[in-house]
Design a protein around this ligand. Structure first.
Ligand code: TYD
Length: 217
């Protein structure tokens, strides 16, 4: 239930190297240009506490349960302090990654139990202490920038010092991609797959067109 949250919540997903970042900024400008107030944020991160957790998650070795708990702890703080308040004010929230990334990276990538992730998802994205499926906060729209892992690896090569995830082999990203595909099938109305194997201009044109078709821009 989103009765008290008037705003629009849009998330952006894809394997590392799929090239989503510039398009998020472009879309933010497009919304601002139309007079919308935009909150641009990211996960893990988006609050002072969650950014500290991000540094740990992206750099320290840990087992998949620890990683999942930290990702969801960061998300809880972010949802409560930033995302829900911005949606309540009627803003457009553009979030670079959200829970689909946990299902893709920790679930499909690292092989962590999907049922446990679903339980954590309900706890963290609901307001009731016990977590109620009925008030589960989800994005209204999720852009999935889809690119073959071998191409993404080429784009990433030499771009910067890779973090813990970026330095994973192509096989890991094949699994992550499968995880995104499964989430897209399970929630086809929310997901929009963007073909990322095109020029930047063509990808951005698709991003804008999609926002218009869905009636958000
Ligand atoms: P990313 O969003 O690609 O940011 P940057 O462009 O600065 O590298 O990096 C975040 C990384 O965190 C990415 O490799 C995916 C990973 N991640 C998870 O493993 N689980 C999650 O739930 C989230 C949100 C991100």
């Amino acid at each position: 239930m989103r009765a008290n949250l008037k705003g629009t919540f849009i998330s952006f997903e894809g394997i590392d190297g799929a090239g989503k970042s510039t398009h998020i900024e472009g879309l933010a400008k497009a919304f601002s240009g139309k007079g919308y107030k935009v909150t641009l944020t990211r996960e893990p991160g988006g609050t002072s506490l969650s950014e500290k957790l991000r540094t740990l998650i992206l750099n320290d070795a840990m087992d998949a349960l620890t990683e999942s708990l930290l990702v969801f702890a960061a998300r809880r703080d972010h949802v409560e302090r930033v995302i829900r308040p911005a949606l309540a004010r009627g803003e457009v929230v553009l979030c670079d990654r959200f829970t689909d990334a946990t299902f893709a990276y920790q679930g499909a990538g690292r092989g962590f139990d999907l049922q446990t992730l679903s339980t954590l998802e309900v706890w963290v994205q609901s307001q009731a202490e016990q977590g109620l499926q009925s008030d589960l906060l989800q994005p209204d729209l999720t852009y999935w920038f889809d690119l073959a892992p071998a191409l993404a690896a080429e784009r990433l090569a030499g771009a910067r010092v890779p973090d813990k995830f970026e330095s994973q082999p192509v096989a890991f990203f094949e699994a992550v991609r499968t995880g995104y595909a499964a989430r897209a099938v399970a929630d086809a109305k929310r997901f929009a797959r963007i073909e990322a194997n095109q020029s930047k201009e063509a990808v951005f044109a698709d991003v804008i067109a999609l926002a218009k078709v869905r009636g958000y821009l």
